[in-house]
Ligand binder design. Structure first.
Ligand code: FES
Ligand SMILES: [Fe+2]
Length: 382
């Protein structure tokens, strides 16, 4: 699991000014809450006093009140009130927890889990169809996997599995993937592929009457561990599936999805679109939850790739670069030596700006940075 990335922590509607909301991300707990001005804040969940869970507390005057001794934490993580001290006692600077940058977009709360200053943080992925209500109809939902999030993202980028796992999407007799180019930038990559799906059934049979090729473009963006699939069912009838994949812990993933379509925009068709989307998740889950090993190997020679895996490999390459920068949590050390014995947090931008001074809790162990590997990922020639 990697720090210094954006992750989706909740649906916007789930975070209110009425009560804090506790969420688990990258194996650690966080507290989300909305202040009276409507802004969402994200704090490390462990109270710096005696370790109580802030997410179990309440909201008082725009602060989270710890459930144990009633200290008030503001949106920056600073303590504003210590009820057991006389009211005019200055609050010590060290009475604070880490607070993380938050952005609300596409109806989700995105949290930046890391300490990079604003200018160095990656952008969020674009999703213009979501904003274009005149031409697009969106439905949304979520899905839980007992699987590592990188395996889940890779599954979304892997079109070679469609004919075997999703019979309505692909034809096992025509499973060949024609050559495609991977177009990549610093944070994302995409590829256009053509396939010939079986004729649709049910209401969607009006979409295509002949077995004409369909164009699809799977893509990923590191922010949110986003997987996006564009499908051109006809030159003008388009569908977009936009998934953000949040690592709850190493082997648990919470996917939130939005499916946008520019045809059959009447809400009457929502139920059918939802059923089709959930069926795809169910079919994928049966495979992905049983992949061995659960974690994508860091040593990429431990699995064998072919040419049609190129987009997945672009994702692996980008993730490897983040590991090389020293941003991967050292899960082994965490699990075997520190779990339950020490409260650990992900460093926040304010902690970095202060040079670590005035923060009591220790930060999670990270794998040491390593020299960038000059080798591109090895793939077999097709
Ligand atoms: S443990 Fe939070 S105020 Fe004491
Ligand atoms: Fe799939």
């Amino acid at each position: 699991m990697i720090i210094n990335q954006w992750y989706v922590a909740a649906e916007s509607a789930e975070v209110t000014a009425a009560a804090p909301r506790k969420v688990r991300l990258l194996g650690l707990d966080f507290t989300l809450f909305r202040d009276p001005a409507g802004r969402v804040h994200c704090l490390s969940d462990v109270c710096v006093h005696r370790g109580a869970s802030l997410g179990e507390g309440r909201i008082e005057r725009g602060c989270v009140e710890c459930p144990y001794h009633g200290w008030w934490f503001d949106g920056e993580g600073q303590v504003r009130r210590i009820p057991s001290l006389p009211p005019d006692t200055p609050i010590p600077k060290r009475a604070r927890v880490d607070a993380y940058p938050v952005v609300e977009r596409y109806g989700w709360v995105w949290v930046f889990l890391g300490d990079l200053p604003e200018a160095e943080r990656p952008p969020l992925p674009d999703f213009p169809e979501y904003e274009d209500r005149a031409n697009w109809r969106c439905i949304r939902g979520d899905w839980h996997w007992r699987a590592n999030y990188a395996r889940v993202v890779e599954n979304g980028l892997d079109f070679a599995h469609a004919p075997f796992v999703h019979p309505s999407f692909g034809d096992r007799e025509r499973a060949e993937i024609h050559d495609f180019e991977v177009e990549a930038d610093a944070w994302s990559a995409r590829a256009k592929v053509t396939y010939i799906p079986p004729l649709p059934r049910g209401v969607w049979k009006w979409l295509r009457r002949e077995r004409t090729p369909v164009q699809a473009q799977p893509s990923f963006h590191l922010s949110g561990a986003t997987m996006r699939l564009d499908v051109w069912l006809t030159p003008s009838w388009r569908m977009v599936i936009f998934d953000v994949n949040t690592p709850v812990d190493e082997v648990t993933t919470h996917t939130r999805w939005i499916m946008a379509r520019n045809f059959f925009r009447h809400p009457l068709f929502d139920g059918d679109a939802r059923r089709r989307t959930l069926k795809i998740f169910r079919q994928d889950t049966a495979i992905v939850e049983k992949i061995c090993p659960e974690i994508v190997p860091l040593d990429l020679t431990e699995e064998f790739s072919v040419k049609s895996d190129a987009l997945m490999n672009a994702f692996r390459q980008r993730r490897r670069e983040l590991v090389e920068r020293g941003w991967a949590i050292d899960v082994e050390t965490l699990r075997h030596h520190l779990d339950g014995r020490r409260a650990l947090v992900i460093p926040s931008p304010a902690r970095r700006a202060a040079g670590g001074r005035n923060f009591v809790l220790k930060t999670v162990p990270l794998l040491p940075p390593r020299a960038p590997s000059p080798e591109p990922l090895r793939t077999a020639a097709a």
